[in-house]
Design a protein around this ligand. Structure first.
Ligand code: ADP
Length: 266
């Protein structure tokens, strides 16, 4: 009886596990379907612009100023298209464990300053104040791929700008942690994310709405890239208050950094 009882129990457990797995497959297929539909739309928008302007310009009869506008739009939309496709390829490489990092010594604060310069104009346009609060007071070196780390921080700061209202602020806080680690917090006072959406946002593909365009892959890519650098990424948010993305990375000692000098900088 006991054997039978155990057997029954295991069957019941198996059934509920299978049921759960089936639900997960349905959910994951639904997410992928939504992704394909939203990414097709995202890809189509710049293509429509490129097609329209190239046809218009081919028909001729435009003065140099008009031609310059048309060519400018084609160049901008092409750039956008390349960005979207690169994001999809990065995501796919990460999924298949095929992302290759070009490892070197990365000066983290220099990298963050570069990010600030990169997005300065975009923030200024929307009257968003950007500041770097460095609580570490020392040079911070990490081992990693400078371009990939730049991609991570750029994506997060870009999101912070995209999802902030005019006349707000964004702060990058750098602090030393135990075990020779550094914490970088990207704090915004933007629209925030509700509790209901926060877990989904951490999942790939999900966008609260399509307000900012994009693929919905940025955070998932960033998280996986941080993990490839033996770090951790976390996101906290409150609707209407703002969002904080925290990135914890292991540091290397100055002596190790000096030894790596020859291997090239970021
Ligand atoms: P994408 O920016 O391409 O949509 P992400 O993975 O970077 O993809 O972000 C997914 C979604 O998470 C965004 O569409 C947005 O809804 C939400 N999100 C991300 N960062 C923020 C932020 N700082 N404030 C509010 N919402 C955010």
């Amino acid at each position: 009886v006991r054997i039978k009882g155990n057997y029954k129990y295991e069957l019941g457990e198996l059934a509920s596990t299978l049921n759960f797995m089936a639900q997960e497959i349905v959910r994951s297929n639904q997410i992928k379907d939504d992704f394909i539909s939203s990414i097709s739309h995202e890809l189509r928008t710049p293509l429509t612009g490129i097609k329209g302007w190239s046809e218009t310009l081919t028909s001729g009869g435009f003065d140099p100023a008009e031609t310059k506008i048309g060519v400018g739009i084609i160049a901008k939309e092409t750039e956008r298209l390349i960005g979207l496709v690169e994001e999809i390829l990065d995501f796919s490489k990460l999924q298949q464990n095929e992302m290759k990092l070009v490892i070197g010594r990365v000066n983290l604060k220099e990298l963050l300053q570069e990010i600030m310069l990169n997005v300065w104009a975009k923030a200024e346009q929307r009257q968003i104040q950007l500041q770097l609060d460095d609580k570490s007071n020392r040079t911070l070196f990490v081992i990693g791929d400078g371009n990939r780390l730049k991609q991570v921080f750029l994506n997060i700061v870009d999101n912070a700008i995209k999802f902030s209202n005019e006349n707000s602020w964004i702060e990058l806080v750098v602090s030393l942690q135990d075990n020779n680690q550094v914490l970088v917090e990207i704090v915004d006072s933007g629209i925030g994310i509700s509790e209901e959406h926060l877990n989904k946002v951490k999942d790939r593909f999900f966008q609260v709405n399509h307000q900012g365009g994009g693929t919905g892959l940025g955070l998932a890519i960033s998280q996986q890239l941080v993990e490839l650098h033996n770090g951790k990424m976390d996101i906290h948010s409150e609707l209407g208050v703002g969002t904080t993305v925290s990135i914890l990375l292991p540091l290397i000692e100055q002596s190790e950094a000096d030894e790596m000098k020859e291997d090239g900088d970021n």
